[in-house]
Design a protein around this ligand. Sequence first.
Ligand code: 5RP
Length: 221
Amino acid sequence: MEAKRAAAELAVELLQDGMTVGLGTGSTVYYSIQAIGRKVANGLSIRAVATSVRSEMLAKELDIPMIPFSEVEEIDMTIDGADEADPEWNLIKGGGGALLREKIVADASKQLIIVVDESKLVQRLGRFPLPVEVVPFGFELTQRKLRRLGCEPKLRMSDSQLYMTDNGNYMMDCEFDSIAQPGRLSEELHRIPGVVEHGLFVGMASQVIVGRLDGTAYTLD
Ligand code: 5RP
């Protein structure tokens, strides 16, 4: 908890007056949103867009000024978490189910600041099952096609029900042993028609901030 908080709060120090800010999703960004709420209460002037219903609700509770994504041309800075980060700052995201909106928001952002604790750092991506958002129609076929890429895709469940994303889609958690070429896998996944988006964020992060258990944080070189 202290590690997540340390990374999340250090990222918030990068915010400046007048910025449009993207709010990611997850238990690490939770601390960033709390810290942004405190800064806004103390006079920081920003406007924000959220990557999930959950983060939007939290931001509204904290009186962070929110704008609809449709009104945004460009986002100055997005702060988001990750499930894994490799030495090239490639990421696996989507453990919290918000990868599609996260990727749309990240793509619209001048800077994507990733906040993680040290347990998320890996030499090679793939220990964490790769989340892939799929349309419900024909998901069995999509699952078979995903399996042909060398993984075991498991349909995500929540409280014994099929998990549904904020966008009304299903999520497949794909177990690869490891992902040697994230860029290539990203292209292969995009070629499957039933795949809406996947949790590989290749070359998108501008900075990775890492929290340590002792409550300090540093920026990954
Ligand atoms: C949600 C995400 C999260 O950022 C990712 O799962 C990390 O979450 P946490 O900070 O709770 O470990 O990608 O879709």
